[in-house]
Design a protein around this ligand. Structure first.
Ligand code: GLC
Ligand code: CA
Length: 590
């Protein structure tokens, strides 16, 4: 899928941007001390529409909290930390795959769609997690990997056993190409050819990802039915929706046309290609519509799709009359390479233009990309910039997706030696691409051993030394921490009709300040983000404010400025990297 392609491309100078176009426990450890009052949740007029205002928080279960002390996070660990998440103001958690898996791609290689990997717990643990989350008004979104299974899945084991077994057509099997090689030139995004030869069948099978992740043949109705039944399995257990993995790769060209090459070389030495016939095939939408129908058999459930489609192509994923994804992921901000006011204004402008009134979402970090803290930090004002980014995500029109640890400014900690790499991406593409371990390190809870993540001797990925100061316990006590700022910004969002429901208008064209207005008929907020290291002054006109003779009341500032002060809209001064939001008051200017 494109997103995957994108992260590899961004990490490797050799891969060109052009390509991108195309259960049960009794003792719970002590909870964190609450330093701030809990964030109140927005009430939704129509309960089924909860997802439109939600703030989402992605959890990589291996790395969130290890309750049983084996060095790997688990479901009971997540349940233990639900009070923390509630205190943060999170409305929904998306948990990346915890199903049985050989863990070749750390859970994205599923070997049983209807169970929990013993590493993570049991189905009873999962049920308890859902029940406890719901008690706290937190929705639970699961990951749905429908493009491929693990090669250890019983479907594939059967499929590869002969050419004429009942599931022989559940995967994409083809005879050798001329000369005995692969059927065509298609490449796996995880290195090498996308075809692997199977001796028993004497045929090749297709895998967009690793050879251990064979693609399901969605043209086979029985295979499709089996996956949809597994979707119902989780919906019946009460999950609130799915983040659907790698949706661009469901179908491939039935004629197996070769992908055009770009003339460049990939980090593994193969000739780079445009994934024209292996990505975003029109038939995919039929599967999206059917998936939506299955999800709509249950009330108030939601699907979000992982697509790397550019803004202009994103509309199609909502489907005609909104019959496909509730929220196709919008990675246009995560795709920015540096903090640049003009670039952010233009990226959001494009999304607003393309999506119209459709629900929008914004993401800056996930388990496949280096953390936003590193991408956008300048090495000096990093914490302040982290607060600026939080302000932006919580004040743009639409819903934000946060990645665990973003609220404490976790850094990307990339392995330095290939022997330490866990992610096969890093092993295959080393040293050009050191893989995704850096953004998957254990959540930092305390300044204690293993950052309070685990009591194990060794955690599955090392806890970086920055955890000494950068952890939930320490940051809760510091009123100026990223964590407390995050909660403050969250409260602002909850309390502001303009931020929750207002329209969006960019203000001005300052090359350093990205400013915008959010407005409902009765409320207006102005957000100003100084993306530069120099003080700037914003001179707002009546037009910018959406009316004559107004003053601004400061609602939040990452520089800790007095929040009740009022300022003259014609002369708004911003410090270096200041992020501020103001309510437009109805009082006159003088
Ligand atoms: C998605 C996941 C990524 C995984 C890939 C294959 O992009 O986000 O982590 O490796 O799909 O399932
Ligand atoms: Ca564990």
């Amino acid at each position: 899928m494109f997103a995957q392609r994108k992260f590899i491309a961004l990490r490797s100078s050799l891969i060109a941007l052009a390509l991108l176009l195309t259960p049960c426990f009794t003792a719970l450890p002590q909870q964190q001390t609450r330093q701030t009052r809990p964030v109140k949740r927005a009430t939704q007029k129509n309960a089924a529409d909860w997802w439109k205002h939600a703030v989402y928080y992605e959890i990589y279960p291996r790395s969130f909290y290890d309750l049983n002390g084996d060095g790997i996070g688990d479901l009971n660990g997540i349940t233990t930390k639900l009070d923390y998440l509630q205190d943060l103001g999170v409305d929904a958690i998306w948990i990346t795959p915890f199903y049985p898996s050989p863990q070749i791609d750390f859970g994205y290689d599923v070997s049983d769609y209807e169970n929990v990997d013993p590493q993570f717990g049991t189905l009873a643990d999962f049920d308890r997690l859902v029940t406890e989350a719901h008690k706290r008004n937190i929705k639970v979104i699961c990951d749905l990997v429908l493009n491929h299974t693990s090669d250890q899945h019983k479907y594939f084991v059967e499929s590869r056993s002969s050419r004429n077994n009942p599931k022989s057509d559940w995967y994409i099997w083809r005879d050798s190409g001329p000369g005995g090689g692969p059927p065509n030139n298609w490449l796996s995004i995880f290195g090498g050819s996308a075809w692997t030869f199977d001796k028993t069948r004497g045929q090749y099978y297709y895998h967009f990802f690793y050879a251990a992740q064979p693609d399901i043949n969605w043209r086979n109705p029985d295979a499709a039915r089996a996956i949809f039944d597994s979707v119902r399995f989780w919906l019946r257990r009460g999950v609130d929706g799915f983040r659907v993995d790698a949706i661009d790769h469901v179908f491939e060209d039935p004629n197996l046309r070769d992908n055009p090459t770009t003339g460049r070389t990939r980090a593994d030495g193969t000739a780079e290609q445009e994934d024209r016939y292996t990505s975003r095939v029109a038939e995919n939408h039929e599967v999206f519509r059917r998936l939506r129908e299955v999800v709509d058999e249950f009330k108030g459930r939601v699907i979000m799709g992982e697509t790397g489609a550019p803004p202009a192509a994103l509309v199609a994923y909502y489907g005609r009359k909104g019959a496909e994804f509730h929220l196709p992921f919008n990675f246009s901000l995560m795709n920015q390479r540096k903090l640049d006011a003009a670039a952010f204004r233009s990226a959001v402008g494009e999304i607003e233009r393309e999506l119209g009134t459709r629900p929008v979402n914004y993401v800056l970090s996930n388990h496949d990309r280096p953390r936003s803290y590193d991408t956008f930090g300048d090495g000096v004002h990093d914490d302040q910039i982290a607060k600026l980014l939080i302000t932006m995500l919580l004040t743009l029109r639409g819903v934000p997706f946060f990645y665990y640890g973003e609220e404490i400014g976790m850094k990307t900690s990339t392995p330095e030696r290939i022997e330490d790499v866990q992610d096969p991406v890093g092993k295959v593409f080393w040293p050009k691409d050191k893989g995704r371990d850096g953004e998957r390190t254990p959540m930092q809870w305390t300044s204690g051993r293993n950052a309070g993540f685990s009591s194990a001797e060794k955690t599955w990925l090392p806890v970086p030394p920055t955890a000494q100061t950068r952890n939930v316990e320490t940051m809760s006590k510091d009123p100026n921490s990223i964590l407390n700022f995050y909660k403050q910004a969250m409260r602002l969002r909850r309390a502001s009709p303009a931020l929750l429901d207002g329209d969006y208008t960019a203000i001005g064209d300052d090359p350093h300040v990205y400013a915008y207005r959010r407005r409902t008929p009765s409320h207006t907020m102005i957000v100003a983000l100084n993306m530069s290291n120099e003080p700037r002054t914003l001179r707002l006109s009546a037009n910018d404010l959406g009316g004559e003779g107004k003053r601004l009341r400061m609602a939040i500032s990452n520089l800790g400025h007095d929040r009740q002060q009022t300022v003259d809209a014609r002369h708004v001064t911003l410090g270096p990297y200041e992020a501020a939001a103001f309510a437009v008051t109805e009082k006159g200017l003088r």
